[in-house]
Write a protein that binds this ligand. Structure first.
Ligand code: 8YV
Length: 316
């Protein structure tokens, strides 16, 4: 029997690529010089798309694949997949939830600590001889006992909150409605501006959609204030980046720790000129353990689909 043809939008580690190549005829879109010509040539035979959270599959890609049955996302976020186009054609969509939750939460908390305690500058202080030359490193801000806001108490937000409890932080969270799995000590604050106003650190952990676009806008950012810190481990679209840059440059927001950027990896150069930001290369799920589990789940969903079995982690 011939192997199903699939379209791959971005590279995977070898431990995922090899089994994928063994099971399917894989068309690597990311290696094509002319994407449109590549899609026109292979799209008509493609039955599945293997993609990544940030790459997704847009309407044009989906339209180029008239036989498409399933899109398997390597990532929990499926905001870059055109779900309407999929619904209209009965195309299934899967993602990789749960397996990455704890790593993403770990990195968010690490980013807060690194930024509050000025650890990047402190490391430089040691390496460049400033310690010996200039003496003690400038004092930084503590984290324990401070007020944390979690915008989006889903799987990842919940794990962030759990970890912050270990730092004796006071925890509030914003969502559409109170979550019944939340800890009794965690306060529900529906309005993001009110949540920011009562937070020293605001974590953005919302699943991105058209409805959450720029939910963190100028008002939220300024409510967080000149002493506040914004940590984003969700998607750039949740934050109005221009408002964020304006506030960081003017000191109306204290600092930011960001793992995601509009147009990444080509981020706005204004970020690079700022001293009060910690910049990470969209790496919150980037551990061997998690990426192996994500790759396995990506393939399990494809295998289940072509075997006519229930999809392990279906979005649609
Ligand atoms: C990426 C992510 O998928 O889970 C998500 O939604 O954005 C990430 O885990 C990862 O960078 C692999 O492309």
């Amino acid at each position: 029997m011939s192997r199903p043809e699939i379209l791959q939008t971005g590279p995977y580690p070898a431990w995922d690529q090899d089994p994928l190549d063994a099971q399917f005829t894989v068309h690597r879109l990311f290696e094509a010089d002319d994407r449109a010509a590549f899609l026109a040539e292979h799209g008509p035979h493609v039955r599945a798309i293997a993609t990544r959270g940030e790459l997704g599959a847009d309407a044009a890609m989906i339209a180029a694949c008239p036989q498409l049955e399933v899109i398997s996302v390597y990532g929990v976020g499926f905001d870059a997949v055109d779900l309407e186009a999929c619904r209209a054609r009965g195309i299934r969509v899967t993602n990789t939830p749960d397996v990455l939750t704890a790593d993403v939460a770990d990195l968010g908390v690490a980013m807060m600590l690194v930024q509050s305690r000025g650890m990047i500058g402190a490391e430089r202080w040691v390496r460049d001889g400033s310690w010996a030359e200039k003496g003690l490193y400038p004092l930084q801000r503590r984290v324990w006992g401070k007020r944390a806001g979690i915008l989006g108490l889903g799987r990842i937000g919940f794990e962030v909150a759990k970890r912050l409890q270990g730092f004796d932080m006071q925890i509030s969270y914003g969502e559409v409605s109170p979550r019944n799995h939340a800890h009794p000590d965690w306060q529900f604050v529906a309005d993001p501006v009110a949540l920011a106003a009562q937070s020293d650190v605001l974590f953005v952990t919302l699943a991105a959609s058209a409805a959450t676009r720029h939910i963190v806008g100028r008002e939220v950012i300024e409510a967080l204030g000149p002493e506040g810190m914004l940590v984003n481990i969700s998607r750039a679209s949740n934050i109005d980046e221009t408002a964020l840059l304006d506030a960081l440059e003017a000191g109306r927001l204290g600092s930011a720790a960001l793992d995601v950027f509009e147009g990444e990896p080509a981020l706005n150069p204004r970020f690079l000129a700022l001293k009060n930001v910690l910049l990470q290369p969209h790496h919150a799920s980037g551990t061997y353990e998690t990426r192996q589990a994500m790759g396995q789940l990506l393939r399990d969903n494809l295998t289940a689909h072509f075997a006519g079995q229930p999809l392990p982690t279906a979005v649609l």
